[in-house]
Each structure stands twice: as structure tokens, then as C-alpha cells.
Design a protein around this ligand. Structure first.
Ligand SMILES: [Zn+2]
Length: 257
């Protein structure tokens, strides 16, 4: 299976090749043969370096909405230039976050630049969305590509929002939160997502699934996310692994590993 969203470079020790190899080996031992390392700022080239250096790793280029004020002058051209690096398969994570602070104009401008760059390059968008449901959907509808969609990652919002995103062609990704007993709204969404639009992720090093809750997360643990999703959907974990891998390959335009 594939971890569709991790911050491999943010895991302690990931600046050491031996540590990265240990994480990749443990992932492979859990049946995880690919992972998408997500960019938080453009200034940090580590995701791109990891993708260039390690076969199972792909990378994105983008600015997390909670860091939009650190790179306020981001342009479509700049995103397009950086996205030409090897094995960059998406833009993001970008989006709107109204949880940590009210949504800012810098977040909006940055999100729009990512959507426009994705349209120009034909690359999907990895969207972070929290407490900004209507505006996130409205910006995707207005500025997103008609042919190239993306994913709402670590989804914790309402089914109504998920439905609106699905109607725009987007995929929905489940993180370790789906394994938390009290996350009943996420369980509801998980049961309803069409099989061909479902992705799984760790968001490592954060949000470790049960039974590692509170510990450092890593790509290997996406296998536990798959198990939780399978239980909720009343299907086999192998089916979830197969479906989410196919979905990842279709959305991001990569071949079978
Ligand atoms: Zn993330």
C-alpha cells in the first residue's frame, strides 16, 4: 500500500541516511512500498531531496496554510519552477486553516497560486482544510483545474463538505484519526466515501493511529489506518490496500511499484 501523505523529513533523525533507510525498511515490512513526502515550505528542499534519493519516495511542492505568512510572495511561476524537480507529483499541502487562527488573505492568495499552478502543470493538489469548509470548496470550484483534481487530506470535516469535494472530482484521505474511537464524524465519512475516491495516509510524524497513539508516527503505520478503514467499511484490509493504491496511482499519475 501507499502512504499518500507523510512528512518523512520531519521525523526525528531523517537527516541521517541510515535512519531514512530504517523507516523505509520498516514500511516495506508492513507492506508499504510507496509514500508521498509533503512539502510545508518551499524553502525546505528536504522532501525533494528524499524523493530524488530514495526509490519509494515521491514529493510535493507547496506551502502549508499555517506557514503562508513565511513565504508571502509565492507566485505561480515559482511553484511551476520548483515542481519540475524529479518525482514531484503534486502541489501542496496548501489550503485554508481557520482553526489555529482565522483564515488570512495570505492563505487565500497562496491557495489560489497553488490551484493555478496545478492547472498550468496538470498536477493534482494536496489540500489541507480545517474550519473553512465553504470557502475551501468555493476556491477549488473557482480556481481549480476542471480536468486535474486533488485530495482533501486528513479529512475531519463534515460529510456535506466531503460530498461537495467529491462532486468536484476530489479524493478524500483518511489519517490515523479514523482509528480513534471517539472520531464518529470521521467514521461516518469513511463509510460513505466511494471506493474509487478513498486514500489513506499517516501525516507522520503526527497523528499516530491506534495502537501507537501519542507516539511518533511513521509510514509503516499506514497499515493500521488501512485496518481501521477496512473494519469501518466491513471489508478486508487487502481490499482497502488494493483500492487505495489504485486510487493513488490514478490521481497522481504514477505506475505500479
Ligand atoms: Zn501534512
Amino acid at each position: 500500500m501507499i502512504d499518500s501523505h507523510c512528512h518523512l523529513d520531519c521525523i526525528d533523525g531523517a537527516d541521517q541516511p541510515a535512519r531514512v533507510q530504517e523507516l523505509l525498511d520498516r514500511a516495506a515490512a508492513h507492506g508499504v512500498h510507496g509514500m508521498l513526502c509533503i512539502s510545508i515550505t518551499l524553502g525546505n528542499a528536504a522532501p525533494r531531496h528524499l524523493a530524488a534519493s530514495y526509490d519509494p519516495v515521491w514529493a510535493t511542492v507547496g506551502i502549508h496554510p499555517c506557514h503562508a505568512d513565511e513565504e508571502p510572495a509565492v507566485s505561480v511561476d515559482q511553484l511551476c519552477t520548483l515542481a519540475a524537480a524529479p518525482k514531484v507529483i503534486a502541489l501542496g499541502e496548501t489550503g485554508l486553516d481557520g482553526y489555529h487562527q482565522p483564515v488570512t488573505d495570505l492563505q487565500r492568495a497562496s491557495f489560489i497560486a497553488h490551484l493555478q499552478a496545478g492547472d498550468a502543470l496538470g498536477l493534482p493538489i494536496v489540500v489541507h482544510t480545517r474550519e473553512a469548509r465553504e470557502e475551501t470548496i468555493a476556491l477549488i470550484a473557482q480556481y481549480g483545474s476542471a480536468s486535474q483534481t486533488g485530495v482533501l487530506h486528513c479529512f475531519t470535516e463534515t460529510w456535506e463538505m466531503a460530498k461537495a469535494a467529491l462532486d468536484l472530482g476530489y479524493y478524500i484521505s483518511m489519517s490515523g484519526i479514523v482509528s480513534f474511537p471517539k472520531a464518529t464524524n470521521v467514521h461516518e465519512v469513511c463509510r460513505k466515501i466511494p471506493a474509487d475516491r478513498l486514500l489513506i495516509e499517516t501525516d507522520a510524524p503526527w497523528l499516530a493511529p491506534v495502537p501507537y497513539r501519542g507516539k511518533t508516527n511513521e509510514p509503516a503505520f499506514v497499515s493500521h489506518v488501512a485496518e481501521a478503514v477496512a473494519r469501518l467499511r466491513g471489508t478486508a484490509v487487502e481490499t482497502i490496500a488494493e483500492q487505495t493504491t489504485e486510487n493513488f496511482e490514478r490521481l497522481f499519475g504514477v505506475g505500479r511499484r
